[in-house]
Every structure is written in structure tokens, then in C-alpha cells.
Design a protein around this ligand. Structure first.
Ligand code: NIG
Ligand code: FE
Length: 408
């Protein structure tokens, strides 16, 4: 058997044997000193002490200098398929206008829809590849990407096909999500419910037949869709076998309850969630996804991540990378900053961007380093894992491996 051993890593964090839900302390983090990863055909055969694995290796890829190894990061919520910039919105917000005021005045999501509709599929692919490559260098080996700037059957298809084709061009894995329910398109002559009905009737079957996405997202908000309008849409999606995820409780509540009622894999944002929503999330199977990049981009409060964990909920953190509310896009920076404001342990921050985020995408084959998982991992040039969050994203991975292959 042609096995490859990679190491030794000064510290190796497999992120195993930790629960999906609830608070974590750093004592629960398993740390293997002088660790190694044994790989066969892109999958992990064994993780342990480098010296113990040596006899089982047919080849060795030596790691020199200090290195802390952990699973490749999973960014489970992005909108990196888009055209154009919204720097103007950012300046307007910083001069006192609100996100919703700007949207009402013709900026916001609709502005990006207009620009994205004008772009060709090839232009969208170029943008996705560029952004996903930057994420990969920052350690993100799996990235969710939403549509939602097309808002018609044809334009949503253009986006989802671009995501699928971009996925074939890059080492990272792109998981696509249909967000045709991002807002009611301004050129739609009908009600919100009629728009959603049209999308579910005409777009959902093509998502299946072209294998473009198995995930449906909706923005539940006063400026987007009400829970009442979304219920039949989600029912149809679930009946067709799609997973549900929701942009929930960003400015007002209602979204997370709808998410939980439809057994959504995740409820994302939650900046406006109160004790009631936090308690419901904690009891549910729905992962609470904090998006600190949106709080930083909009200059508003963070998701109550500490409360979610203390109530017993599952917390993931994602970048929400998009041109409007979260243009920065650096997951590790954002997760580390959320950690300082919400008082999260290293274990909680790292779990939220590895195995807990993978769970939100229903990916059981990654997020931890152990036998049978994909050999997706990263190493930081340090001898102490605490340095990773301490540098708040400025300590970048020195190497990234995807399916056991080192990316340069
Ligand atoms: O997750 N909240 C809605 N959607 C995105 C923003 C998209 C945009 O402003 O273009 C979000 O923040
Ligand atoms: Fe988003």
C-alpha cells in the first residue's frame, strides 16, 4: 500500500472527541506532540505520534521548523459569486445611513443583482476562483457559496452553474446553495408568495436534474421574506429532499423559529436573537451560525455566541463573504475577533470553523483529523496552538494540504 506520512508537527490538533453542541474548554482539546498524519489516496489512515507512524509509511513528507497542524477550515456561509463593488454602500453606512435605508434607496442587494446579471458566467467563474483561492491560502479548504444575486430562474442558474464550474477548476471544495429567496426582485410583477411559487416550480427541478445544489436558503427579514411566505417554499423544498438553511434574526426575529420548525441544518446571523430564540436553538438540531464579518461590515452587534454555547447550542462561525455587508472575507480573523468579544475559548473558536461548520453542511467526511476523513489540513508556523487566535488572523497558515496534496 502506497502510504504517505506527513510530519512531524510540533503540535497536532485532531479536533476529535468533542461534542457537537455546547460550551468547550481548552482542556478538551486533544494536542498530539510531534504528530504525524498517515495518508492513503487522499484520505487519512491514521493520526498519531510521528515516530509511531513511521514504520507504516512507504513515503515521508518532512515538515521542518515549528508547525501546528489542524483540520482545514470550513467556511459554511459565503456569497462569493457576484460582480461589482458596494464600496459606496460602505461609505454611506459610515456616514450614518442604515443598511435598510440604503437598500430602500436602490443600493443594497439589488445593486449587486443588477451588476451580477450583467456579468457573463465566465466572469463570475473568474471571481469565484480568485476569491476561493484567497480563502484557500488562508486555510479554508471547504467553502459554501450561495446564489441569490440572480433572482430569476435563468440568472440563478447562471450563478449556480458558475459555482459548479469554478469548483472543477480549484482544489478547494465549493458547496453550493440556492438563495433565490434573497429578496423579492424589484422587476417581479406579483406578490412575494407568487415569486417563491414560481421559483420552486421552475428552478427546484433543474437544481435536481443538473445536480446544481441540494441546499435551499432564504432571507427571512422585514426587507426580504416573511415567515408566512417562506413556509410553503420550505415545505416544497423539504418534500423534494433539499436541506434548508436560513438567513435568520439579522435585524428582527422570526427567522430562527421558522428554521427550527423546518429542521434547517443551520440558522445564520442571529444578531437580533433573544433568550427565546437562543433557548429554542439550543434544544434543536439546527446549528447556530455566527457571521462576525457582517457585524464588522455593518458596524453592529455580534451574534450572542457565548449565550448560544452556554444554553447548549451548536455554534459554527462563517465569513458571510459578500460585497455588501461582509466584504472582508477573512474567516480566521473574524472568528478570532468574535472570540474576544464573546469570550470564546480556543476550543470553541476552532470547533466553530472546523467540525461544527462541517456538520452545518452535512459533511461527515471532514472537520476532524482521524481515520477515514479527507486529508484536508493546515499548518501554522508556531509551536503553540494558542498563537492561532492570539494573532487574530495575522498568523497565516504556512502550508495547506487538500486531499493529502500540499498546495503551493
Ligand atoms: O448575509 N442578509 C442578507 N444577505 C447577505 C448580504 C448580502 C448583501 O448585502 O449583498 C448577508 O449579510
Ligand atoms: Fe449571508
Amino acid at each position: 500500500m502506497d502510504t504517505l506520512l506527513i510530519g512531524p508537527f510540533t503540535q497536532l490538533l485532531p479536533m476529535t472527541n468533542m461534542p457537537l453542541k455546547g460550551a468547550l474548554n481548552d482542556g478538551q482539546l486533544k494536542v498530539i506532540e510531534h504528530g504525524g498524519i498517515l495518508i492513503f489516496k487522499g484520505k487519512i489512515l491514521a493520526v498519531g505520534r510521528f515516530e509511531d507512524l513511521k514504520p507504516k509509511a512507504s513515503k515521508i513528507e518532512l515538515v521542518t521548523g515549528h508547525a501546528v497542524c489542524m483540520p482545514g477550515l470550513v467556511d459554511a456561509h459565503t456569497h462569493i459569486c457576484y460582480a461589482g463593488s458596494r464600496a459606496k454602500d460602505y461609505a454611506l453606512r459610515n456616514s450614518g445611513k442604515s443598511y435598510l435605508d440604503i437598500a430602500k434607496a436602490g443600493g443594497g442587494i439589488w445593486d449587486t443583482v443588477t451588476k451580477t446579471r450583467k456579468a457573463s458566467k465566465e466572469e463570475l467563474i473568474t471571481g469565484i476562483v480568485q476569491r476561493a483561492t484567497t480563502h484557500l491560502k488562508s486555510g479554508v479548504t471547504t467553502l459554501e457559496v450561495k446564489s441569490g444575486y440572480g433572482l430569476s430562474v435563468e440568472e440563478e442558474l447562471k450563478m449556480l452553474r458558475a459555482i459548479k464550474e469554478a469548483n472543477d477548476q480549484i482544489p478547494s471544495d465549493l458547496i453550493s446553495t440556492c438563495l433565490a429567496a434573497h429578496m423579492q426582485p424589484k422587476d417581479w410583477n406579483g406578490s412575494a408568495s407568487e415569486y417563491l411559487e414560481m421559483i420552486s416550480e421552475n428552478l427546484f427541478p433543474i437544481l435536481k436534474s443538473e445536480n446544481l445544489s441540494h441546499r435551499i436558503d432564504a432571507f427571512i427579514e422585514e426587507s426580504a421574506f416573511s415567515p408566512a411566505a417562506i413556509v410553503p417554499y420550505f415545505k416544497k423544498a423539504r418534500a423534494m429532499g433539499f436541506s434548508i438553511t436560513v438567513h435568520a434574526d439579522q435585524f428582527s426575529t422570526g427567522g430562527s423559529e421558522t428554521a427550527i420548525a423546518h429542521n434547517a441544518v443551520s440558522a445564520d446571523h442571529l444578531e437580533a436573537s433573544t433568550q427565546k430564540e437562543i433557548a429554542l436553538l439550543a434544544k434543536s438540531n439546527t446549528i447556530a451560525m455566527a457571521l462576525p464579518g457582517a457585524s464588522l461590515g455593518l458596524g453592529c452587534g455580534f451574534t450572542p455566541a457565548r449565550q448560544v454555547l452556554d444554553a447548549g447550542g451548536a455554534l459554527a462561525i462563517a465569513s458571510d463573504h459578500n460585497p455588501g455587508s461582509a466584504p472582508m472575507g477573512d474567516l480566521l480573523t473574524q472568528a478570532a475577533i468574535l472570540g474576544t468579544f464573546e469570550k470564546l475559548s480556543n476550543a470553541e473558536v476552532l470547533a466553530a470553523i472546523t467540525y461544527r461548520a462541517a456538520k452545518a453542511l452535512k459533511l461527515d467526511d471532514r472537520g476532524t483529523l482521524q481515520n477515514g476523513k479527507q486529508a484536508d489540513f493546515i499548518s501554522f508556523p508556531t509551536d503553540n496552538y494558542q498563537e492561532i487566535t492570539y494573532h487574530q488572523g495575522q498568523l497565516k497558515p504556512i502550508h495547506v494540504w487538500k486531499n493529502g496534496i500540499k498546495i503551493d
